[in-house]
Design a protein around this ligand. Structure first.
Ligand code: GLY
Length: 569
């Protein structure tokens, strides 16, 4: 009896101690990796792992990208998606390049003034929340097109099965994900016709299992029927029924008509580097080319990393580029975008004629809507290089965090709120504070302007850097900084993707500083003296990158700002 009591006592102590010391659930993240053959960098360790498995199985970078896209649709509901869209930039080992546009499109019933009231004022949040905010999704058509053209494995089920298993059986959410789901709970309840898997009765905690049974069924239909498993049949019926239930306008015809488009990459140069990026309907590639060409004539390397001189030069280039973006950019299938003129050397030289190394040029201020973004700028980017040297840079999005926050009942996936990327009213800012013009006005079937900037940098005719990031309007400037961090400021790749960042977008007229930036008081003083406004704000961007090192090996780096993860073999 005495002995039994003693054993019970010891057992109780061990139990109490082990409860006390049990660490909260955390994924073990690899923020950087070096490998001989292949590299995958994504916003989630499970996606990186699955991408790598596909490569080890003999898939190429495009196969791995398809598997990662579907995995992120399950394990990263804030941005990964089948209900959104995106852009893929690729450079194959033989040197050929291509881009795939699977951006969402305005539904057939969309109209120019659909978000305006009778007084022609923008109705707050109508293009951001719920059914009417959603464009016709493009991701499934995009993955289908990529598979048809580039798959080496030629086994679509092998690419999507891991995602189906994760949706069906569940995966453990991270602390950041638990916080995001808890923060969005009220919106999920308000903006859904049935209770989605993202809502539960108690608070989410790190390590909780997120099971998405309906999403697993939708992914299974896509596996078995290809794109028709989404754009036709049961899934299409569920989408259209959801639209009817919630006042949305996407029709069967819109879904049937959706096509992803292969487009000529936007190719430019920076010194001895080739820059391969996304053309319209993204503004990203064009804006990046403009920025790099504008700063190229200046000795930015001697100015030094985040010196007042370098920040001033870069911010002044950014001011001019975002002004061009607001005026000229839109879907080139609908409007004429003067791409060649905008990246013409003389044009850009003229654009910088009034650059004064000692003074900031003031952006013309417009009163309404010039606000610092209040929405999260969620999107997600991943980079893959395979053993043959094929490279994929892919950015995909629902637009805001969890998109429209509306889940298609019975189909289990979130709808995007990409319609907000259109200019609801010329001159009025969207949720990123971006102003658009006629070129980006809403028209049925048109693609909304994007800032996504999936990019591949080449050197000596080889892939040198694969890079991209989420971050709404800040995407372009984060990619710009990362490239300069590597090429001009000799930062290590992990530093180049993770060090603090700044951003200027013409309007509002301020250099926005993220939480990780460390500017010394003299640098800040110098910038203020030049006439800049400095605005501290929350972190932006989650840059992922892969670098071909001088020794030929691949280095991957994942931003410290999230659960991002780099792994190779
Ligand atoms: N939805 C963010 C972008 O496409 O720029």
């Amino acid at each position: 009896m005495r002995l039994n009591l003693k054993i019970l006592y010891i057992f109780l102590i061990i139990t109490v101690l082990s409860c006390k010391t049990k660490a909260p659930f955390r994924y073990s993240l690899q923020k950087s990796a070096i490998a001989d053959q292949s590299m995958v960098v994504t916003a989630h360790p499970l996606a990186s792992e699955i991408g790598l498995k596909i490569l080890k199985k003999g898939g190429n970078a495009v196969d791995a990208a398809i598997a990662v896209q579907y995995t992120l649709a399950v394990v990263l509901p804030v941005a990964g998606n089948i209900g959104g869209g995106g852009f893929m930039v690729l450079r194959m080992a033989d040197g050929t390049t291509n881009t795939l546009d699977f951006r969402e499109k305005a539904p057939g019933k969309a109209s120019r003034d659909m978000y305006l009231d009778e007084q022609q004022a923008v109705i707050p949040r109508l293009s951001i929340d719920g059914h009417l905010a959603s464009g016709v999704p493009g991701s499934v058509a995009g993955m289908d097109a990529a598979f048809t053209r580039y798959s080496q494995l030629k086994d679509f089920a092998a690419l999507i099965d891991p995602a189906i298993a994760l949706a069906r059986d569940g995966f453990q959410i991270s602390q950041q994900q638990a916080d995001g789901l808890n923060r969005t709970r009220e919106a999920f309840i308000k903006l859904n016709t049935t209770t989605p898997a993202f809502v539960k009765n108690t608070e989410w905690k790190a390590g909780d299992l997120l099971v998405q049974t309906e999403l697993a069924k939708t992914l299974t239909r896509i596996r078995d029927q290809g794109a028709a498993g989404f754009y036709e049949g049961e899934t299409a019926d569920l989408i259209v029924a959801e639209m009817k239930a919630g006042g949305g306008i996407i029709s069967h015809q819109d879904l049937k008509d959706y096509e992803a488009i292969w487009r000529q990459p936007l190719v430019s140069t920076y010194k001895e580097y080739g820059i391969i990026s996304m053309p319209p309907p993204s503004s990203g590639g064009l804006a990046l080319a403009q920025l790099l060409k504008m700063v190229a004539p200046y000795p930015i390397r001697t100015y030094g990393f985040q010196s007042a001189e370098a920040i001033h030069l870069m911010a002044e280039a950014e001011r001019r580029v975002y002004a061009d973006r607001a005026t000229y950019l839109g879907d080139s299938d609908f409007v004429t975008v003067p791409i060649r003129s905008l990246i013409d050397d003389n044009y850009l030289k003229n654009r910088m004629m009034d650059f004064d190394p000692n003074r900031a040029n003031a952006s013309e201020m417009v009163g309404a809507g010039l606000v610092t973004p209040v929405e999260s700028e969620e999107t997600t980017h991943f980079c893959i290089v395979d053993a043959a040297g094929n490279a994929v840079s892919l950015t995909t999005t629902l637009n805001g965090g969890y998109g429209a926050k509306t889940v298609v009942s019975g189909a289990g996936f979130l709808l995007n709120n990409e319609m907000d990327d259109f200019s609801a009213k010329p001159g009025v800012a969207n949720m990123f504070g971006l102003i658009g013009n006629e070129a980006n006005a809403i028209e049925p079937g048109k693609r909304m302007l994007s800032s996504m900037t999936p990019t591949i940098v080449t050197k000596d005719n080889e892939v040198y850097l694969v890079v991209g990031t989420p971050g709404g309007s800040t995407i372009i400037t984060s990619v710009f900084q990362t490239i300069l961090n590597v090429i001009e400021f000799d930062k290590t790749l992990p530093d180049a993707v993770s060090l603090g960042r700044f951003h200027h977008q013409w309007k509002p007229d301020a250099i926005q500083l993220d939480e990780l930036i460390e500017l010394s008081p003299p640098v800040k003083k110098n910038l203020l003296k030049k006439g800049h406004h400095l605005k501290q704000r929350s972190n932006f961007g989650r840059v992922e990158a892969i670098l071909r090192r001088a020794d030929g090996r691949l280095e991957g780096a994942a931003d410290v700002r999230g659960d991002d993860d780099a792994r190779g073999f």
